[in-house]
Design a protein around this ligand. Structure first.
Ligand code: ATP
Ligand code: MG
Length: 556
C-alpha cells in the first residue's frame, strides 16, 4: 500500500471558514494601507542567497540556520554558444541568419524560429531579381544535449524549407545539431539525417545559490535599487502580503511557511526618509490597523538602538559589563558575550533574566542626535494618542538597523507573543550595494493575527450568514431553482442551491446541516403562483412569501 502524502512538517492548509478571516485581515490591511498612501509591491518568492546573507546578516539565526537554500542547476547558455560557433565556423561567403539578428528572411524565418531552429546558413549564387541567395546550406540547432526534441525541430525546419511555396529557396543542404563537447551523446536519440557536432567550450553558467525568502524587506530594498526608485526623489511607501519560509521548530504561532503583511517607507534623505515623523506615522498606522482588525489589548514596545557609532559604543560598554557576569549565564550567552554582546539581550533563559535586567541600557549610550530623533518619535505618538512602553532590551542585532525599533505584542499568544516587529534600517540599501536610502518598516505575522482573533470571544471567522437553502421539489425544478438562487445572490445574500433529485426530507436534513437559517421550498405550485414556502429553522415557523419580497424576508 502506498503511503499517504501529507503537507510537509511546519506547513499547513488553510481551509474555510478560517480563510474568510484571512481574507478579512488582508482586506482591512489593504484598506488601511491605501488610506496612508501605500502601494503594493510583489517581489519573487525566491532570490539570490547573497541578498539575504547581506540584507539580513550572516550572523542572524534566520540566515545561519533557518533558510531554505538550494543550488539551481547549471544553466545552458545558448547564445554564448551560437556566438562562439559563428566566430569559429562562419562559412566563407555564407549568409548567416541567427534567429536574433536583424537580417530579414522574408519567407520562412518566422516559421523556422517557431519550430526551434536557431540558425539558417545560406550560401550560393544569388538568383537574378532576388536579394537572397537561393541555397540553404544548413539549418543549425544548438542544445545542451542531443535530444529527440532538437532533432525533431531540425527535421521540421528542413520540411519547411523544402516545401517553401515561394520557391525562392532552390536547394537545401544539411541539418546540423551542435552540442557541447563536454556532454556525453545519448544513444537512444534518433540521429538519422542529422549531423551531430560536438563543440568545445564552456557553455554552462555555474549554478546559482537560491533561497526561499525568509522575510521580505531585503527583497523590497533590492527592488528599490534595481528599479532606481530613489531617482524619483520621492518617498516610496510600499506594502506586501505573502508567504515567507524559515526552517524553525514548528510550534503554536511558529511555522515553516508563514505569512507576513509588511510595509516599508524608504527613499533618499532629501525626501525626508530620515525624519522621525515617518517612524511615528508607521507606528500610528499600525495602531490603527490593529484596532480596525479588532485586536484587543496589544502593547507597543519601543526602543532606539541609535546610530552605528552609538551601537558600537554600547557594544563596548556591554562587553565590559559582561566580563564579570557572563560566566554565570547560559552557554549561548557566554558565547554571545564575546561574539555579539547585543544578542545577550534576546536571551529567553529564565535564570539569566535578573542578570540581563541589571546590565547597562543602550539609552545611556545614545548621542544627542539619536536622543532627539527618539524624542521626536515619542512626542508624535503622544500627540496622536498612541500608547507605548519603553523596552530597553528591544535591539535588533544587525549592523544597519538604526534608531527606532519596535514590536507589537499580545498576551494571548503565549511564548510567541510578537504580532509584529520592525524598525529603521538606514544602512541597509548600502549594505546590498545601493545608494543611501534610509527607511523604516515592519513585518506582521498574519498567522499570529489569526490565532489572536480566533482566541477572542465572539470572533466568527466568517461572519456572512448562510441565510437560506433553496430546495427544488423534483429535478424538473432545478433550473428554476438556479434562477431563484441567482436573483437572491445578486441582491447580496449568501444562499445554497439544493438538488431536485433529493426527497423533501433529505433536503431538510441537508439544509439544516449546512447551517442555513431558513429553507425555501420551490415546487410547481410555488413556481406558478410566485409565492414561496419558507421555514425558519430556529423558530420552526413556516411562512408564505411572495417572490419579490423574498430577499427582504430572508435578511430580516
Ligand atoms: P520571533 O521572535 O517570534 O521568532 P522574529 O524576530 O523572528 O520573531 P521577525 O523576523 O521580526 O520575527 O518577523 C516579524 C513577525 O513575523 C514576527 O513578529 C511574527 O509575528 C512573524 N513570524 C516570524 N517568524 C514566524 C514563524 N516561523 N511563524 C509564524 N510567524 C512568524
Ligand atoms: Mg524568529
Amino acid at each position: 500500500m502506498s503511503q499517504t502524502l501529507k503537507a510537509v512538517r511546519g506547513t499547513r492548509d488553510l481551509l474555510p471558514p478560517e480563510t474568510a478571516l484571512w481574507n478579512r485581515i488582508e482586506a482591512t490591511a489593504r484598506a488601511v494601507f491605501a488610506r496612508y498612501n501605500f502601494g503594493e509591491i510583489r517581489t519573487p518568492i525566491f532570490e539570490d542567497t547573497g541578498l539575504f546573507a547581506r540584507g539580513v546578516g550572516e550572523e542572524t539565526d534566520i540566515v545561519s540556520k533557518e533558510m531554505y537554500t538550494w543550488s539551481d542547476g547549471e544553466r545552458f547558455e545558448k547564445h554564448k554558444m551560437i556566438d562562439e560557433w559563428l566566430k569559429r565556423n562562419k562559412p566563407d561567403g555564407a549568409h548567416v541568419q541567427a534567429n536574433r539578428s536583424s537580417v530579414e528572411h522574408p519567407v520562412i524565418e518566422a516559421q523556422l524560429r517557431a519550430v526551434g531552429v536557431d540558425l539558417v546558413v545560406m550560401r550560393g549564387v544569388a538568383i537574378p531579381g532576388q536579394q537572397l541567395p537561393g541555397y540553404v546550406d544548413e539549418l543549425v540547432c544548438f542544445g545542451p544535449v542531443v535530444s529527440n526534441d532538437l532533432v525533431l525541430a531540425l527535421k521540421k525546419g528542413g520540411e519547411l524549407v523544402r516545401n517553401d511555396r515561394n520557391r525562392e529557396l532552390r536547394a537545401f543542404g544539411n541539418l546540423r545539431l551542435i552540442v557541447p563537447a563536454s556532454v556525453p551523446l545519448t544513444p537512444w536519440v534518433d540521429r538519422s539525417e542529422v549531423i551531430v557536432e560536438q563543440f568545445d567550450g564552456e557553455f554552462f553558467a555555474s549554478s546559482q545559490s537560491l533561497t526561499l525568502r525568509p522575510e521580505n524587506t531585503a527583497g523590497v530594498v533590492r527592488a528599490y535599487i534595481e528599479h532606481k526608485l530613489g531617482e524619483t526623489g520621492q518617498l516610496q511607501k510600499l506594502f506586501y502580503i505573502g508567504p515567507q519560509f524559515r526552517r524553525e521548530r514548528p510550534q503554536k504561532g511558529r511555522y515553516r511557511q508563514f505569512w507576513q503583511i509588511g510595509a516599508e517607507v524608504i527613499g533618499p534623505p532629501s525626501a525626508g526618509s530620515e525624519s522621525p515623523l515617518r517612524d511615528a506615522e508607521v507606528l500610528e498606522m499600525l495602531a490603527t490597523l490593529l484596532d480596525e482588525l479588532g485586536i484587543a489589548g496589544w502593547t507597543l514596545e519601543l526602543n532606539s538602538v541609535g546610530s552605528a557609532a552609538d551601537r558600537a559604543r554600547y557594544n563596548d560598554v556591554l562587553r565590559a559589563a559582561l566580563v564579570e557576569v557572563a560566566p554565570k549565564m547560559c552557554v549561548d550567552c557566554q558565547r554571545r558575550a564575546v561574539t555579539n554582546p547585543l544578542r545577550v539581550l534576546d536571551c529567553k533563559v529564565p535564570e539569566d533574566q535578573p542578570i540581563i535586567a541589571a546590565l547597562p541600557v543602550i539609552a545611556d549610550s545614545l548621542d544627542e542626535d539619536s536622543k532627539a530623533h527618539f524624542a521626536a518619535v515619542t512626542a508624535a505618538l503622544d500627540a496622536a494618542g498612541v500608547p507605548y512602553v519603553r523596552n530597553h532590551r528591544l535591539v535588533r542585532g544587525l549592523d544597519y538597523y538604526t534608531r527606532t525599533t519596535f514590536e507589537f505584542t499580545h498576551g494571548g499568544l503565549g511564548a510567541q507573543n510578537a504580532l509584529l516587529g520592525g524598525g529603521r534600517y538606514d544602512g541597509l540599501s548600502e549594505a546590498i550595494g545601493g545608494p543611501k536610502a534610509p527607511g523604516i518598516g515592519f513585518a506582521m505575522g498574519e498567522d499570529r493575527l489569526v490565532l489572536t482573533l480566533l482566541g477572542q470571544p465572539n470572533e466568527k471567522p466568517d461572519p456572512l450568514p448562510l441565510v437560506a437553502y433553496l430546495a427544488p421539489i423534483g429535478e424538473g425544478l432545478n433550473s428554476a431553482n438556479i434562477a431563484l438562487a441567482s436573483e437572491l445572490r445578486k441582491s447580496g445574500l449568501r444562499v445554497e442551491a439544493g438538488e431536485g433529485s433529493f426527497r423533501l426530507k433529505k433536503s431538510f436534513e441537508v439544509a439544516e446541516k449546512s447551517g442555513a437559517q431558513k429553507i425555501v421550498i420551490l415546487g410547481e405550485d410555488e413556481l406558478a403562483s410566485g409565492i414561496l414556502t419558507v421555514k425558519d429553522f430556529a423558530t420552526g415557523v413556516q411562512s408564505k412569501v411572495p417572490r419579490g419580497e423574498l430577499a427582504d424576508f430572508l435578511t430580516k
